[in-house]
Design a protein around this ligand. Structure first.
Ligand code: GAP
Length: 439
């Protein structure tokens, strides 16, 4: 469904929690902020990094036939002419003649003629290109117009020859990368769902033409399963095939992985059959040979077709945060029920008091755990407040060193979700926590 610029109570609570606990801040806040651009704080960056690492592990490291890359954000402007983005990458926009607000036509109810904000008349729709333009070069005269990339995919396509000539690859194979992308979106909103600067995790899977349908099916299932593995409610995830009218200019078939946000099912990833479109376009525009010599087919020179998996890092962060948010009324607390694998910190260590040897034991434990996991140490404020803080940043386990620890060499292990507390011998804590985090 299309995104509507409305506010939802859960989203407002997430925005407040993100700011309060250091997940996300509006960019340039001390100058009143910049619209639809966000900064990740200390908790947010850990969550985001975990997601990116899990994607890299699942899509690149664990697969024999997928290689990684990291291509530049700035590319030759001809790339975007060839890819079709200069001509086709736009959204229909309408502007209010009175207040000058701009709207995406497809985000307004059909046949709307009035501005939803000020009731002024709306002008005729125009096509608005979403790419950010900038200048490359040190003098104004010699400068070249370039774009900030609106997708990471083109960096992969233009490097097809470089990768295939420097690595032993056989069809089918993939090239993946993650990195920033930029779009001058007309309407933004719902926190980090649609922003102007965001990160993508993309993989282009090169195949023999004709095998498109089976690989599209394969990757759609793989990607849906990956989201399920992040610990979100599987009932809120779905795969939705695109209708003809929704397909991007380069694609002939596409599935979206969608999550049910408070504003309805919305896209977090697209899995698209891009056919030979991109390589054909770059062959034509660059006048270079971009081809694969198919040894299994008597050395035939072919242009491979492509199945693309294109995920948004920030949307995945938002999905995980939305899914994790829980108001535990009974215990008067807010809990981010992150799966341990995405949680910013896996475990927190507290000395009950800053005396009687408790901090020393706690510090030692913290140092031991830190060799293996992301751990937080906290000795400030009441124990209740310390637990609340860890609940809100989603730390699955807390360890408290108390009076008894001095005698029995055990600590209290508290489970974030069940609130169950058990005593664990100090010399078993590291293995116990590692087992629980990996369970
Ligand atoms: N290479 C194909 C491509 O870029 P897309 O559907 O336009 O396809 C892929 O984008 C993913 O990138 C989306 O599913 C979404 O997760 C993310 N994305 C796109 N635009 C975004 C924006 N303005 N803000 C945040 N994420 C965005």
């Amino acid at each position: 469904m299309s995104q509507k610029p409305m506010s939802y109570p859960l989203m407002e609570k997430l925005v407040a929690l993100s700011r309060r606990r250091g997940f996300l801040f509006q960019s340039s806040e001390i100058y009143d902020g910049i619209n639809a651009v966000y900064d990740y704080g200390p908790m947010g960056v850990e969550l985001k990094r975990n997601i990116k690492n899990l994607w890299w592990q699942d899509m690149i490291t664990s697969r024999e036939n997928v290689l990684g890359m990291d291509t530049a954000i700035l590319m030759h402007p001809k790339v975007w002419e060839a890819s079709g983005h200069v001509v086709n990458f736009h959204d229909p926009m309408v502007e209010c003649k009175k207040c000058k607000r701009r709207y995406r036509l497809d985000h307004l109810p059909e046949n709307t003629k009035k501005c939803p904000e000020c009731d002024g008349d709306l002008a005729e729709p125009k096509q608005f290109n979403l790419m950010f333009k900038t200048k490359l070069g040190s003098t104004d005269e010699g400068a070249m117009d370039v774009y900030l990339r609106p997708e990471t995919a083109q960096g992969i396509f233009v490097n097809f020859n470089n990768v295939t000539s420097s690595n032993r690859v056989k069809l089918p194979f993939g090239i993946g990368q993650l990195g920033k992308a930029f779009r001058n979106e007309i309407t933004t909103g719902n926190f980090i769902f649609r922003t102007r600067e965001f990160e993508q995790m993309e993989m282009e899977f090169f195949i023999r033409p004709g095998e498109n349908a089976e690989w599209l099916e394969y990757w759609s299932q793989e990607r849906l399963n990956w989201y399920k593995s992040l610990g979100v409610n599987p009932e809120k995830l779905q795969l939705r095939p695109h209708g003809e009218d929704e397909l991007a200019h380069y694609s002939t078939a596409c599935y979206d992985v969608e999550y049910e946000f408070p504003y309805g099912f919305s896209e977090i990833e697209g899995i698209a059959d891009r056919g030979t479109y991109d390589l054909d376009q770059h062959i034509e525009h660059s006048k270079k040979k971009i081809q694969y010599i198919d040894q299994e087919n008597r050395g035939a020179k072919i242009t491979p077709a492509v199945i693309e998996t294109s995920a948004g890092v920030d949307r995945t962060v938002l999905m995980i945060m939305t899914d994790a948010y829980w108001e535990d009324i009974e215990n008067d607390r807010i809990v981010m029920r992150f799966s341990p694998k995405v949680a910013p910190f896996k475990v927190a260590v507290f000395p009950l008091f800053k005396k009687q040897g408790m901090p020393e034991i706690a510090k030692n434990l913290y140092e031991e755990l830190r060799k293996h996991l992301a751990v937080v140490y906290d000795d400030g404020g009441s124990i209740g407040k310390r637990y609340r803080r860890q609940d809100e940043i989603g730390t699955p386990f807390c360890l408290t060193v108390d009076h008894e620890s001095l005698d029995d060499n055990c600590v209290t292990l508290r489970d974030r979700d069940t609130l169950e507390q058990v005593r664990v011998p100090i010399d078993e804590v590291v293995t116990t926590i590692i087992q629980k985090v990996n369970a």
